[in-house]
Each structure stands twice: as structure tokens, then as C-alpha cells.
Ligand binder design. Structure first.
Ligand code: ZN
Ligand code: ZN
Length: 155
């Protein structure tokens, strides 16, 4: 039984953990950053920056787009969220405290959820392939694989 999806069931725990990660690194988890992170965690599936803006607007306040983009930059820089490059969507990391995010995203084409599968072998293989091809990797180097998740296959 994998615990990869637990955080989606408990946003409070995810927020507390994110706060701890920021505190340990001397980074400020401001209310805007917290709000953006909370929305991503609660979404339970990859969300676009536009959707985040829209949902924040639903609170009555209307944040300027740069505010949301800056918050996303911060969250990415600290490994709290990742960007799915193929869809330009954001997902919460389920192990931000480790600081290691090498692996592969398993993206379900039915329910849209993205599972970050931690596997150093994948990270090493990607890095080696890139090096041999003379290719410089970007900051977010999590490859994505599409398919059908376990829940959807059972459903
Ligand atoms: Zn991660
Ligand atoms: Zn699915």
C-alpha cells in the first residue's frame, strides 16, 4: 500500500509540513504563498496558474497574476510543488522535507492525477542520457509518463 496520496486527504498536515520546511530553511511562508499552496493541495489534481488565480478570486480578493506567479516560483524553488511541463500544471509534492525529487510523474489520463514516483535510478538515467546527448536539463527534470492509475483501472 503506497502512501503517496495521503496528503490530499489531509491539507492541514500538508500545510503544517510546508511551514516546517520553510522555517528550517529560513524561508518565509507568507499568507499568499500559503494560500496558493493550500489551493494546489486541496485541488487533488494538477492545476494551472489560471485556475489558481480564479480560485483565489473566489475568496473576494483579486490577486494580481504576478503575485500568484511569484508564489509559484517560490513553492517550486523549495520543492513544495512541481510543474508538469507537458501541461503547465502544478502539483503538490508529497515529500518536500527530503529535498530529493528525482523520479517520474505517472499521469493518469482518466482522472488527471499525477503521482510523483520517487526513484533515484530514473533520475540518474535521465541525467546520464541528457549528458550523453549534450543536453542541458532545466530546473524541473521530472519526466512524465501517461497511462491509467490503479484506482481508475479498478474502477
Ligand atoms: Zn517532489
Ligand atoms: Zn486515474
Amino acid at each position: 500500500m503506497s502512501d503517496h496520496n495521503h496528503m490530499h486527504a489531509d491539507p492541514e498536515a500538508a500545510l503544517a509540513r510546508a511551514e516546517r520546511v520553510c522555517r528550517e530553511r529560513g524561508a518565509r511562508f507568507t499568507s499568499q504563498r500559503r494560500r496558493v499552496y493550500e489551493l494546489i493541495v486541496c485541488a487533488g489534481e494538477p492545476v494551472t496558474a489560471y485556475e489558481l488565480l480564479h480560485r483565489m478570486g473566489g475568496d473576494g480578493g483579486h490577486p494580481a497574476p504576478p503575485t500568484v506567479y511569484r508564489a509559484l516560483d517560490f513553492l517550486q524553488a523549495h520543492g513544495l510543488v512541481h510543474r508538469l511541463a507537458s501541461q503547465s500544471r502544478f502539483v503538490a509534492c508529497d515529500h518536500p522535507e527530503t529535498g530529493a525529487h528525482g523520479g517520474v510523474f505517472l499521469v493518469c489520463d482518466r482522472c488527471g492525477r499525477a503521482l510523483e514516483w520517487q526513484d533515484e535510478r530514473v533520475a540518474r538515467a535521465v541525467a546520464r542520457s541528457a549528458r550523453e546527448a549534450g543536453f542541458e536539463l532545466g530546473d524541473e527534470v521530472l519526466p512524465e509518463v501517461e497511462g491509467t492509475c490503479g484506482d481508475c483501472r479498478r474502477g
